[in-house]
Design a protein around this ligand. Structure first.
Ligand code: PMP
Length: 317
């Protein structure tokens, strides 16, 4: 990975290589953590964190769903992220806040285990490749179903839940595809291993509803807004696997992946990115780069004028 210089750990900025945890950390054994994936982009107004407050609000919701009290407010985490971006001198980056049950007690009752919070930032390019973003990716419907809401809370972005995504991702990669699409426990289209799904048929854009065990994506919400602003109809409804093969267009959305066209599903050719996909993709990239007034409220600009913590304070925790 692309290392940066510093990581924010429980209120302190420490060197990248010093951000360590004990091997008996609760989350390492039981997946008892929640996290976010956020991006910051270089804009004319400075480095802009995309929908920062929305991501931190989802982090807090994920924590609450697993009975975890966050020891820092969302505002404190927001300021810490700004500080970290400044200290690492990054103009654009991926941001990974994680809150997890730390060292102190083993066993499945987690509520007495201290909660640790870490924020890392580092440069990360197109998750599914530049080529994929331009010409579309090849996806495969996974033999693994997206976790049932009877067993987990799909709306939470929780660490252990990603074992489900990992099974699907590995399966699709070993079979030679770029990404996996998971069906929900009812057999309806749910989402990618780390992206929401959109299909276009006869000029109408459809995406699975919250009841299809999806993580309600922030990119997806932005794309829905953009599509509506462009005058396209967006419908949330159950989508059958077979509809993917017959789609006029299909694309995936996610913070890491951004907006990625799909050119092939289960070896059915959809072709090069279509008109709607391209229009949405173009508007999305303009929005994240601060090139459109109407979406400026999505950008949280990192103030470079703020004084940084002095070098001597590093690692004094
Ligand atoms: N679904 C899953 C399982 C994900 O991990 C992600 C990435 N966070 C998404 C959907 C897309 O969410 P967002 O647009 O908020 O990144």
């Amino acid at each position: 990975m692309n290392e940066a210089d510093f990581i924010w750990m429980n209120g302190e900025i420490v060197r990248w290589e010093d951000a360590r945890v004990h091997v008996l950390t609760h989350a390492l054994h039981y997946g008892s953590g929640v996290f976010e994936g956020i991006r910051a982009y270089e804009t004319d107004r400075g480095t802009a964190v995309f929908r920062h407050r929305d991501h931190l609000a989802r982090l807090a919701r994920s924590a609450e769903l697993y009975y975890m009290d966050l020891p820092f407010t969302q505002e404190k985490l927001r300021e810490a992220t700004h500080e970290l971006i400044r200290r690492n001198e990054l103009r654009s980056c991926y941001i990974r806040p994680i809150a997890f049950r730390g060292y102190g007690e083993m066993g499945l009752f987690p509520l007495n285990t201290p909660v640790e919070v870490v924020i890392a930032v580092w440069p990360w390019g197109a998750y599914l490749g530049e080529e994929g973003q331009r010409h579309g990716i090849r996806v495969k419907v996974s033999s693994w179903r997206r976790m049932s809401p009877d067993s987990f809370i799909p709306q939470a972005k929780a660490c252990g839940q990603y074992l489900n995504s990992i099974l699907a991702k590995v399966e699709s990669a070993k079979a030679g595809y770029d990404e996996a699409i998971l069906l929900d426990d009812q057999g309806h289209v749910s989402e990618g291993s780390g992206e929401n799904v959109f299909v276009v048929r006869d000029g109408v854009i459809s995406t699975p509803p919250a009841t299809a065990s999806i993580l309600e994506g922030i990119t997806s919400a932005s794309v829905k807004q953009i599509a509506a602003d462009l005058g396209f109809e967006v419908v949330e409804r159950d989508i059958a696997r077979g509809e993917l093969f017959q789609a006029d267009e299909m694309f995936l959305t996610g913070t890491a992946a951004e907006v990625v066209p799909v050119r092939e599903v289960d070896d059915h050719l959809l072709g090069e990115p279509g008109e709607l996909t391209q229009a949405i993709q173009k508007r999305f990239f303009e929005a994240i780069k601060g090139q459109r007034e109407e979406y400026l409220e999505w950008l949280d600009i990192v103030d470079v004028e703020q004084p940084s913590v002095s070098q001597e304070q590093v690692g004094t925790a």
